[in-house]
Design a protein around this ligand. Structure first.
Ligand SMILES: Nc1nc2c(ncn2[C@@H]2O[C@H](COP(=O)(O)OP(=O)(O)OP(=O)(O)O)[C@@H](O)[C@H]2O)c(=O)[nH]1
Ligand SMILES: [Zn+2]
Length: 528
């Protein structure tokens, strides 16, 4: 987008704000307080001169909430949780008989959100003073924390757009509005840090990571001073350990395919000892734009438009380079010693899997997802038992990132098609419904592998050329690719697998069949 278009947008937003501001004033919404935010280090570009004033004239803060800053202790937790004043009507929101729009509800609204609405912010706006964020820096202090919260203590210090928790931020809003959670709740981070050390690796500072925060797992450790000063900063990555129980692994132990070693395979029930992690997306927009070879301003415009205009700061704050999009994250499962992942002298088996809830969880037989995932887990376990390590990376990209509704529309179109559900028409049916056959765009996928310090994968459990090309293109070596074993392909899943092989998926040398002759189950087979 060129500068004049951007200025036009800014002007339009400003005038909207003026109109709204007048309406708000007429409704006498919200008492305005002076800013008494705690002293917090910042990029130091602008003096903190926030004043009381109307909407659009600066950021406004409520001193009652600021006075409730709690203590941060050495173990990485608050010694006392911030409390909502006992007079807060939010506590009674659920039981209240107040009618929507009534004065009672106005009072509740004022208590929850004492400041006037800040629809958006602008660079250089009075009070806006983001904490410095140097993406790609080698240490957490040089890099600076990702700060996205709109809490009164933090709003003007934010250096990122969006919200923590991805799509779950909407449920958090519900919890607040019904009175189940104080709006100023802060997490108690005591004992929440990972049990293992991950990084820092050279890859963290080489623009190889643009879609997650490499320091997102040690926020409480690295930025205790800022937390103590009252900023609402949250981790975007958590690491823990667990035991896993899967019926297929239990059967593999029963029939001798997997041996109990007491360490990685704990018992005859096939319990697996794993380290697991959860990663929320954190996009560094210049890097994401570069990865997809598009202009950053255009990317911002597209993100703004296709999310119903949800994040105006994508347009009004070109100085904020980090965005936490409301999309699904990544789960990581590590088999064997986690430190082996970054050691190229150790054997590593890995599968990168995209969510297919129908198959992964509910056992639907129309595709190969769960069987291939299970095969990947089995191979990972064997690698750990043979002195190496295994890794499953599970992305929440349901239905090739088109969503489950689209996927099931496609299934209907496949099963009702004249001539039946054939492999030659497999991708066309998705494209007809969704407009694109695949929206996973694997370009960002290798980031998590670089975060784990991986430079070589010995056995890659996938046939996808898109996954392979993205990983190898990002500088990670793949030694061998492992197709799904023939006997694990469900009958109805054959349409998908043959279509994929014809589209360029790795088949291990298997010749393609006549695709029009590869047919799936027709609906008449199903009794209802
Ligand atoms: N839109 C759409 N998505 C599908 C269909 N069948 C499967 N999927 C989705 O396709 C994705 C398959 O991902 P993976 O299991 O990682 O497999 P892959 O990327 O095809 O390649 P492999 O690694 O070789 O298994 C999942 O997100 C499924 O939900 C379909 O007919 N339409
Ligand atoms: Zn599937």
């Amino acid at each position: 987008m060129n500068e004049s278009v951007l200025l036009d947008h800014l002007e339009a937003i400003r005038s909207d704000i003026q109109v709204l501001s007048k309406k708000v004033e007429r409704l006498e919404l919200g008492a305005v307080h002076g800013d008494r935010s705690p002293s917090i280090p910042s990029a130091g570009t602008k003096p903190d001169t926030a004043q009381s004033g109307g909407l659009g004239s600066g950021l406004l803060f409520n001193s009652d909430i600021l006075s409730e800053a709690s203590e941060w202790d050495e173990k990485g937790g608050f010694s006392s949780s911030p409390k909502v004043s006992s007079s807060s009507p939010t506590k009674n929101a659920r039981t209240s008989k107040a009618m929507p729009g009534s004065p009672d509800w106005q009072a509740k609204s004022n208590a929850l959100y004492p400041s006037r609405i800040t629809l958006t912010t602008y660079p250089g706006q009075v009070g806006v003073d983001p904490v410095a964020l140097n993406w790609g820096a080698k240490t957490p202090s040089e890099r600076g924390p990702v700060i996205v919260s709109r809490a009164p203590t933090t709003l003007k210090k934010r250096n990122a757009i969006g919200a923590h928790g991805g799509s779950y931020s909407f449920y958090r809003a519900l919890a607040v509005v019904i009175g189940d959670m104080p709006p100023n709740h802060r997490p108690d981070f005591r004992n929440t840090l990972p049990h293992i050390k991950i990084g820092p690796y050279d890859s963290w500072s080489e623009e190889k990571i643009v879609s997650l925060d490499p320091f997102g797992h040690i926020v409480a450790q690295a930025h205790g001073d800022l937390l103590k000063a009252g900023l609402d900063i949250r981790p975007s990555i958590a690491i823990t350990k667990a035991h896993m129980q899967l019926p297929e692994i239990e059967h593999a132990v029963e029939n001798g395919r997997i041996k109990v070693d007491g360490n990685w395979v704990v018992n005859r029930k096939g319990d697996l000892r794993v380290t697991k992690g959860a990663v929320e997306p954190v996009w560094w927009l210049p890097g994401v734009a570069k990865r997809f070879n598009v202009d950053e301003a255009l990317l911002r415009r597209a993100l703004f438009e296709d999310t119903g205009g949800s994040y105006p700061e994508l347009i009004t704050r070109p100085d904020l380079k980090v965005f936490l999009p409301p999309i699904g994250g990544i789960s990581i499962y590590i088999f064997g010693p986690p430190e082996y992942l970054s050691d190229p002298s150790k054997h590593l088996t890995a599968r990168v899997h995209d969510e297919c809830n129908g198959s992964d969880v509910f056992g639907s037989d129309i595709c190969t997802c769960r069987p291939y995932l299970i095969h990947g887990i089995e191979e990972c376990v064997k690698s750990a038992q043979e002195g190496g390590a295994g890794l499953i990376v599970y992305f929440r990209k349901e239905g090739r990132a088109l969503g489950e509704v689209t996927k099931y529309l496609v299934y209907n179109a496949r099963k009702r098609a004249e001539g039946g559900d054939t492999a030659d028409a497999y991708f066309a049916r998705t494209e007809n419904v969704a407009g694109v056959k695949d929206a996973r765009f694997q370009a960002l996928m290798p980031d998590v592998l670089h975060w784990l310090g991986i430079s070589k994968i010995d056995r890659f459990i996938s046939m996808s050329n898109m996954k392979y090309d993205a990983i190898v293109g990002s500088g990670i070596e793949i030694v061998n690719r492992v197709p799904i074993p023939e006997d694990m392909i469900p009958d109805d899943g054959r349409v998908e697998i043959e279509a994929k092989i014809a589209a360029g998926y790795f088949s291990g040398g298997k010749a393609n069949e006549d695709l029009a002759q590869v047919k799936g189950r027709i609906w008449e087979d199903v009794s209802h």
